[in-house]
Design a protein around this ligand. Structure first.
Ligand SMILES: C[S@@+](CC[C@H](N)C(=O)[O-])C[C@H]1O[C@@H](n2cnc3c(N)ncnc32)[C@H](O)[C@@H]1O
Length: 570
């Protein structure tokens, strides 16, 4: 059962829990691995095109393409301005590149102005970028190699044979060979989570081309090689976690990995940025309009990767850079380097789905700096907490609660009903000129007095707020509680991400049943956390080693069982 994302307040009346159901998600029936020779529905490679207007210095054949385009746009602006409002051409005007492809099309004056404005933007250039206006990705079908069903395993273990129906270990009901060959990718099947072996680019293209998954992914978590010391980003053996850069013994022997290595690293950072931009472009196609993408990266390339993401997702869709602690000790020149970064972009900022997360407030810490007082329960008697009580709240004696003093009781502006005197301890107090009481003076203020939450500062009244009234503070973009080490998750992979990091990203951007994709599976942290939180997931890796680790992790994982708030729902 997925974990509830909220906690039940101490004495709150139990609200009936709503039954929770995954949306009726399905996916096309995929062919089994044995049907490869008979599979006839192959699709041609798909061409993806970049937004070339972002590269103002693109040149070839001795001509400055962007200058020519700029001049053409200026002409269109003049022509458009001469037309009567709304300055739209009778038919769209097209500007073509040297090879005859339509580079941009403008409907009228506004469009032309916008296209010209794009040319002015600064951009990041690297070797090979200008020459590559588009790229082709082979459209390969994804064959099923293995089906793993926890339900089938459990049923088999329970009784070997269930009355009436036989469950085979590692197998859900399968389709006949004829069906698979003739109806693969047409017939709809029940949704299943997936681990896919292959290059992320080819796999994402396949999800788009064969399975029509464009716009269906709610969140993408991508933790690519960081673009530094590339060799040490690939773990070639399941049992050997320490991998050193440039050590022949640690070099991968998998052909797919040699290819991935070459694609990503041939020209150093130049090929790395190309590798990333191609994949980000396909991620964008897969994301739903309310979706988000997180790219995990280190400080060496965070600036370049952010610029590439701005190109692909648009600057306006940037949400945040999250700094998270990866380790407590790391050598660095000048200062220890203990953090990594998450670049968070929405697919469309206007529609993106986002949930605030809270962490518990601790007296004196950020978000609770003013909570350094204790209040005797049911009275307005307060005292300062001792340093020991601030450091260890469990040392606060029973009958005292952590609180803050000086909580404002008035708000700006005159109110005919609330800008009135309030009598406290026999003395009238005014909210102040052009101010009003924030709670009603007839019921709200007397109730606060009865609870010991008001005190006099002489001329005015002030409030006392208990920490337990609002025990959480919204998390920000600095996560210091995520370092991996001996007291956190068990490390099975050389570049494993802390579960807490991925968990927060999933909780901030998805709801139960939503689809999460990780095209850089590694040891399967995203799949593992998504499974625990009741999200659907797909994860991809080009190497068998991490996939083997991830498969074992997800299959052998045990998740906490949570009792429902309302026991009537099972
Ligand atoms: C930094 S690790 C991800 C670690 C992961 N976050 C975890 O918690 O274990 C990057 C992974 O991406 C995979 N990878 C690199 N290039 C790839 C590609 N082109 N397609 C698919 N996977 C790739 C590597 O094999 C590696 O396992």
């Amino acid at each position: 059962m997925p974990r509830a994302t909220g906690t039940k307040p101490a004495k709150a009346k139990a609200k009936p829990a709503k039954p929770y159901k995954h949306p009726e998600a399905d996916s096309p029936m995929r062919p089994e691995v044995g049907t490869q020779p008979q599979f006839k529905k192959k699709l041609p490679p798909k061409t993806y095109k970049y937004d070339s207007s972002l590269s103002p210095v693109m040149e070839w054949d001795g001509q400055n393409f962007t200058r020519a385009k700029g001049e053409w746009l200026l002409t269109k602006i003049r022509e458009g301005a001469a037309l009567p409002a709304p300055h739209v051409f009778p038919q769209a005007q097209e500007f073509k590149s040297a090879d005859g492809r339509v580079d941009c099309s403008v409907a009228g004056l506004q469009d032309a102005v916008q296209q010209l404005a794009k040319i002015e933007k600064p951009f990041l250039n690297w070797a090979g970028k200008a020459e590559r206006l588009s790229f082709d990705v082979p459209s390969l079908p994804l064959f099923i190699h293995e089906r793993l069903s926890t339900k089938a395993i459990l049923e088999t273990l329970k009784g070997h044979k269930k009355q009436g129906e036989l469950f085979a270990l590692f197998a859900d009901p399968q389709h006949s060979i004829a069906d698979q060959v003739l109806r693969a990718y047409e017939h709809r099947d029940k949704w299943v989570n997936r681990m896919i072996l292959g290059d992320s680019l080819v796999v994402m293209n396949s999800l788009l081309q064969y399975e029509g998954m464009g716009g269906q992914v709610q969140m993408i978590y991508i933790d690519p090689p960081y673009g530094v010391k590339f060799g040490s980003n690939f773990q070639p053996f399941v049992r050997k976690r320490d991998v050193s850069h440039n050590d022949d013994g640690d070099m991968t022997r998998e052909p797919e990995m040699v290819q991935a290595y070459r694609d990503t690293w041939e020209l150093g950072l130049h090929s790395y940025l190309t590798y990333l931009r191609d994949r980000l472009l396909l991620c964008r196609e897969l994301l739903s309009l309310s979706g988000s993408i997180f790219v995990q990266i280190s400080d060496e390339n965070v600036h370049s990767v952010r610029t590439v993401m701005e190109e692909v997702f648009a600057k306006d869709n940037f949400i945040s850079t999250i700094v998270f602690q990866k380790t407590s000790s790391e050598e660095g020149d000048g200062v220890a380097n203990t953090a990594d970064y998450l670049l968070w972009f929405s697919r469309d900022r206007e529609r993106f789905r986002n949930f605030a997360l809270y962490r518990g407030k601790k007296p004196g810490e950020p978000g609770a700096k003013q909570y350094v007082y204790a209040r005797r329960e049911n009275t307005s008697e307060t005292r300062r907490l001792t340093p020991e009580e601030v450091a260890k709240s469990e040392t606060i004696p029973a009958g005292w609660v952590v609180c803050r003093r000086g909580y404002p009781l008035t708000s700006q502006d005159y109110s005919p009903t609330r800008t009135v005197d309030f009598v406290f301890d026999g003395k009238p107090y005014s909210p102040g000129k052009n101010r009003h009481w924030s709670v009603s003076p007839d019921k709200g203020l007397p109730s606060l007095v009865a609870k010991g939450r008001i005190y006099s500062t002489g001329k005015s009244l002030s409030g006392i707020m208990d920490l337990r009234d609002m025990p959480g503070t919204e998390i920000d973009n600095v996560w210091t509680d995520t370092g991996t080490g001996s007291f956190t998750d068990e490390q099975i992979y050389v570049v494993q991400t802390a579960e807490k990091v991925v968990e927060r990203c999933i909780l901030m951007t998805t709801e139960p049943g939503d689809l999460v994709l990780d095209p850089t599976c590694g040891s399967g942290t995203t799949a593992f956390v998504a499974e625990q939180l009741g999200r659907r997931w797909i994860t991809v890796d080009t190497s068998r080693v991490p996939l083997a680790l991830a498969r074992q992790r997800v299959l052998s994982g045990t998740f906490p069982y949570y009792k429902l708030v309302s026991s009537c729902i099972s």
